[in-house]
Write a protein that binds this ligand. Structure first.
Ligand code: T46
Length: 152
């Protein structure tokens, strides 16, 4: 599959929400369970205490699948498959943005107190990263003449 088709697999997933007067409860299960997300979770990490104006991301993963949830506050994520870009605003803890492999991402517009939780399909491995955008573009699109660099 080429990079051009990949961004359409990246979508906001509405997670189950059990609402009670005592508050809400959301849960997430992988393919062995209720299959809310298309991968088994091997790692969970979170970003917090992000200073105002800071940017995170600036890389792509070669094989990693992720679900990103704004557990508190809000932030933006721009996804880029090497052909087109799409901006998402996350601000609900019952929604997660699924990101498939080979997607460049930039994160900004963090609100005060934002907590970004990431569920990941594998353990941390620096060799899974593209941290150079040109290197990512070359891998995502071996025929650069076909690129359109628009944000949708
Ligand atoms: C992503 C966005 C949403 C580790 O040692 N172990 C880990 O599990 C992780 C995730 C990172 N690190 C180290 C590697 C770097 O030295 O922590 C430092 C910052 O990691 P990274 O550059 O990946 O941080 P972000 O905030 O730019 O990106 C993170 C995720 O890593 C990334 O997968 O998609 O959040």
């Amino acid at each position: 599959m080429s990079g051009k088709e990949l961004i359409k697999f990246c979508n906001v997933i509405n997670l189950p929400k059990i609402s009670e007067p005592r508050g809400n409860l959301t849960f997430i299960e992988g393919p062995q369970g209720a299959s809310h997300i298309p991968f088994e979770i091997k790692r969970v990490y979170y970003l917090y205490d992000v200073p105002g104006g800071a940017e995170r991301g600036g890389h792509a993963h070669k094989d990693l699948h992720q679900l990103i949830v704004a557990m508190s506050g809000s932030f933006d994520i721009v996804l880029d498959d090497g052909f087109s870009k799409k901006r998402f605003h996350l601000n609900r803890s019952y929604q997660g943005l699924y990101i498939c492999p080979m997607i460049w991402r930039e994160m900004d517009n963090f609100s005060s107190g934002a907590v970004c939780m990431v569920l990941a399909s594998n353990f941390y491995d620096e060799s899974d990263y593209y941290r150079d955008y040109q290197e990512f573009l070359t891998a995502a699109n071996p025929s650069p003449s076909q690129q359109s660099r628009s944000e949708v």
